[in-house]
Design a protein around this ligand. Structure first.
Ligand SMILES: [Zn+2]
Length: 71
C-alpha cells in the first residue's frame, strides 16, 4: 500500500514514495509556490515574535546596551 499525501499547494494526491521527487508536493512548481508563501508567512510571524521579545527582559537589556553605545 502506497501512502498518499495531499499536495499542500494544489491538493492533488501525491504518492509518498522515493519516486515522488517533490513530495509532499506534486511538482517542482507547487513546491516553489508553497515555499514562497511559507517564507513570507514566516517573515511575518518572526516579526511578531521579535515584537513580543522586546517587551521581555531581553528587550530591557537591549535598550541598556543601546544607550551605553550611544554615549
Ligand atoms: Zn500540486
Amino acid at each position: 500500500m502506497v501512502v498518499k499525501v495531499d499536495c499542500p499547494t494544489c491538493g492533488r494526491k501525491v504518492p509518498f514514495t522515493a519516486e515522488s521527487r517533490w513530495r509532499p508536493f506534486c511538482s517542482e512548481r507547487c513546491k516553489s509556490v508553497d515555499l514562497g508563501a511559507w517564507a513570507s508567512e514566516r517573515y511575518r510571524i518572526s516579526g511578531d515574535a521579535r515584537d513580543d521579545a522586546a517587551s521581555s527582559d531581553e528587550g530591557e537589556a537591549g535598550r541598556y546596551e543601546g544607550s551605553k553605545t550611544q554615549k
